[in-house]
Design a protein around this ligand. Structure first.
Ligand code: ADE
Length: 228
């Protein structure tokens, strides 16, 4: 999978070199390319923003550097998906990550300030499928942190990125429920016992207990998931 990221703070993404995703880049499973939006400006100050029409606080990102960046990055691309992190987008969920993990080429455009000139989204839709995606109902300073979260959630679903694929199956949200609790040695730690069933060796009973725990936790912490 190829992922292009456009940002005015490309060094945000240095952290992705660490961890699992760094390895996936080295082995070629993920071709991640980070770009500076200012490389597509043409003035001495490398300007990417301007005041909003109609007045109001803050600055808006100018359309032309974005159009040039998107044009260049989608040349030779059959069917790119263009993602713009935005608090006004659809909420990013595990199913969004599963869907995106099947795409061949994703371009992520990270906005800053009060956002990107709205015409950019219309223009982008002539180049590929456009998705505005929110990390959740809160406001960040820009799309970078949201992009990093999405890259990690999508990247780990690409076959070969996570060493043991079984660990993907039993995670929170994979079956619409929160994950069951996990324990390791020692079985008695600071007077706290591991639930006896886990020491029983009865795999059927353990599976049933874990499923009950998933339901109970989801009901208690995230009843909205059960309503779904
Ligand atoms: N940019 C600013 N806030 C955001 C959010 N909640 N999700 C995605 N991108 C954002």
């Amino acid at each position: 999978m190829r992922i292009d990221v456009v940002s005015i703070f490309p060094s945000y993404f240095d952290g992705l070199a660490l961890s699992l995703l760094g390895k996936a880049r080295e082995t070629g499973l993920i071709d991640l390319r980070i770009h500076d939006l200012r490389d597509w400006t043409d003035d001495r100050h490398r300007t990417v923003d301007d005041t909003p029409y109609g007045g109001g606080a803050g600055m808006v990102m100018k359309p032309e550097p974005w159009a040039r960046a998107l044009d260049e990055l989608t040349t030779d691309s059959e069917n790119p998906t263009l993602i713009f992190p935005s608090p006004a987008g659809e909420v990013f969920r595990q199913r969004t990550a599963r869907d995106l993990a099947h795409r061949e080429h994703i371009v992520i455009g990270c906005g800053r300030y009060e956002g990107i000139d709205e015409r950019v989204f219309e223009y982008a839709s002539t180049l590929g499928e456009v998705r505005l995606v929110s990390l959740g109902d809160y406001v960040l300073n820009g799309g970078e942190v949201a992009a990093m979260a999405m890259i990690e959630a999508v990247g780990r679903l690409i076959p070969g990125v996570v060493g043991n694929p079984e660990s993907l199956v039993e995670e929170s949200h994979e079956d619409g429920l929160l994950e069951y609790p996990s324990y390791t040695k020692p079985s008695n730690w600071r007077d706290r016992e591991v639930p006896g069933i886990l020491l029983s060796g009865n795999h059927g009973a353990i599976a049933t207990w874990r499923h009950e725990q998933q339901l109970e936790r989801t009901q208690r912490r995230r009843p909205d998931l059960l309503a779904d």
